[in-house]
Design a protein around this ligand. Structure first.
Ligand code: FAQ
Length: 314
């Protein structure tokens, strides 16, 4: 009975638009849902460094290299904020990271596709960051304070990422025939996987209703996907690029673009670990984690010594 009363109070707070902070009472299921979603999000930022990191040494100019380096560093920072925010819910960072390295944790399907040419870097900035912004602008209004605040900062950085991506897309689309071919080929390969980032259709999304009830999400997967399509079809046409969807057409009555069906078999195959790059991504993360062991040990030892000397001084 007491639990029910607490939950009612909690729901009333959510309905009033109040922010929930780490020490507030919350239903266990709310906590678990946030740990699930925020840790998957943190992993996505960290694994998301790999497809672009692959091209840092091959950037076509110093300017492009500096931008890409700082973008990839930003993604690392996003992962770290999000791991910290997940810890505020009582999750242990080590366990969360172990889950990723053991292959038990999910992360965004999009990062299991290869980056085959420099044009892919332009298209990731434009489409993948573009999709991330649409999703994360909503999450900046999420009911859980630490997540919402992390999203505000992350969205500012993602906006820069998208702008640099679109500027590169526009440059290539206006370039030599080879550059135009490269950029169109990259759009053809990344368009559908980007639509998959928003998750399954609403009727196949087991978590959405609960997350919306608790104010974690305020829009459904399909609503966000539609916003993405409406915005990015326009941007593609502005720079003379085609969207690889024969069913794409504008509905004058609704003011929205109608688009073809996503290949859900491909989506679930990638989510289950069988995408083109899943194994390589996890192996690369494992190797990086192993190579960074001495840094973690040194940091822990430093913190231990600092604590000892502070105790002595007091
Ligand atoms: N990939 O019931 P729903 C970025 C899973 S960050 C893999 O609809 P929910 C920045 C889902 O986890 C990109 N798995 O789930 C960047 C669930 O499985 P579970 C990441 C997916 O939570 C840019 C099951 O399917 N962004 O791009 C995917 O309501 C460039 C059923 O799904 C976030 O993580 C997927 N695409 O909605 C970095 C944002 N979709 O856990 C580098 C936060 C669904 O029950 C370079 N997350 N699944 O076993 C979210 O907004 C949500 O969690 C969704 C999924 C929308 C991803």
């Amino acid at each position: 009975m007491e639990k029910e009363n607490n939950n009612t109070t909690f729901q009333e707070r959510i309905d009033k638009g109040e922010t929930i902070e780490p020490k507030d009472q919350m239903p266990e299921r709310y906590r678990q849902q946030l740990i699930r979603m925020m840790s998957q999000h943190a992993h996505s930022e960290i694994v998301g460094m790999l497809p672009e990191g692959n091209w840092i040494t091959r950037a076509p100019s110093l300017r492009r290299k500096m931008i890409l380096l700082s973008k990839v560093q930003d993604e690392a920072g996003h992962g770290l904020y999000l791991y910290s925010a997940t810890e505020t819910l009582g999750a242990s960072r080590q366990e969360v990271i172990d889950d990723l390295l053991n292959g038990h944790a999910k992360y965004s399907s999009i990062f299991n596709y290869p980056t085959l040419s420099w044009a892919d870097i332009a298209v990731i900035g434009w489409l993948v960051d573009g999709a991330a912004i649409i999703n994360q602008t909503m999450l900046a209004r999420s009911s859980y304070g630490p997540y919402a605040r992390a999203m505000v900062r992350i969205c500012k950085e993602e906006s820069f990422h998208k702008k640099q991506g679109y500027e590169m897309v526009a440059t290539m689309a206006d370039g030599t025939p080879e550059q135009q071919e490269m950029i169109q080929d990259a759009v053809n390969r990344w368009w559908w996987p980007t639509l998959m980032m928003f998750g399954p259709h609403d009727e196949d999304s087991p978590n959405s209703a609960e997350l919306i009830k608790w104010g974690v999400k305020s829009k459904t997967n399909d609503e966000l996907r539609q916003s993405f399509v409406d915005r990015h079809v326009q941007e593609a046409h502005t720079v003379g690029l085609e969207i690889p969807d024969p069913d794409l057409k504008f509905n004058e009555e609704t003011g929205h673009w109608v688009f073809g069906e996503i290949d859900w078999d491909e989506f679930w195959n990638v989510v289950k670990g069988n995408g083109p790059m899943n194994r390589q991504r996890i192996n690369t993360r494992r190797e990086a984690h192993e190579n960074g062991k001495w840094v973690r040990e040194a940091a822990e030892e430093y913190a231990r010594k600092q604590k000892l000397s502070e105790e002595k001084a007091s």
